[in-house]
Write a protein that binds this ligand. Structure first.
Ligand SMILES: [Zn+2]
Length: 168
């Protein structure tokens, strides 16, 4: 069973799914769903369409350079069937996907870390800008908090007094 790759979004195309378009120069274009086919018919560039894998790779949101991709390369030399190599290959496939998932996770974390730093700086800047409005607001908040705690304490005391009355 051969699993194709969508020309537009690079997701897997399973047999019996999607649409295949063959151009008059015999180039095959496989699409995973009508969304991708329609976007292709509109002559959109997958690299410039935000939701595709290609554009994510272009903008550095996806891991592009890694040794695990070497295993997915097309090889033109056919290998003879051998039970041992088959089992070994299956084991290797499992291990490679594990390693890949781990590296993907690491890549994502590194990417988000830098993002978080930027966010923090932005927040700091906005606080700096609005410090004059923030300080009295914060003071008010503290007063409100103190009031609230006072009210709760009073309520508790009242409730306890009522309980004592009931028991008596
Ligand atoms: Zn697709």
């Amino acid at each position: 069973m051969k699993i194709g790759v969508c020309y537009f979004c690079s997701s897997p195309v399973y047999p019996g799914h999607g649409i295949t378009f063959v151009r008059n120069d015999c180039k095959k274009f496989e699409f995973c769903r009508s969304k991708c086919h329609r976007n292709f018919n509109k002559k959109r560039n997958p690299r410039k369409t935000k939701w595709t894998k290609a554009s994510r790779k272009v903008s550095g949101k996806e891991m592009t350079v890694d040794s695990t991709f070497e295993f997915e390369k097309r090889r033109n030399r056919p290998t003879r069937y051998n039970r041992e190599t088959m089992t070994k290959t299956l084991q290797a496939m499992k291990r490679v996907s594990e390693v890949k998932a781990k590296r993907d996770d690491m890549f994502f974390r590194m990417r988000m870390r830098s993002h978080k730093g930027e966010q923090r700086e932005q927040i700091r800047n906005t606080i700096k800008k609005g410090i004059e409005t923030l300080v009295p607001a914060a003071a008010d908040r503290e007063k409100a908090l103190a009031n609230a705690t006072k009210n709760v304490k009073e309520r508790n005391a009242r409730a306890e007094a009522r309980k004592e009355k009931m028991s008596n």
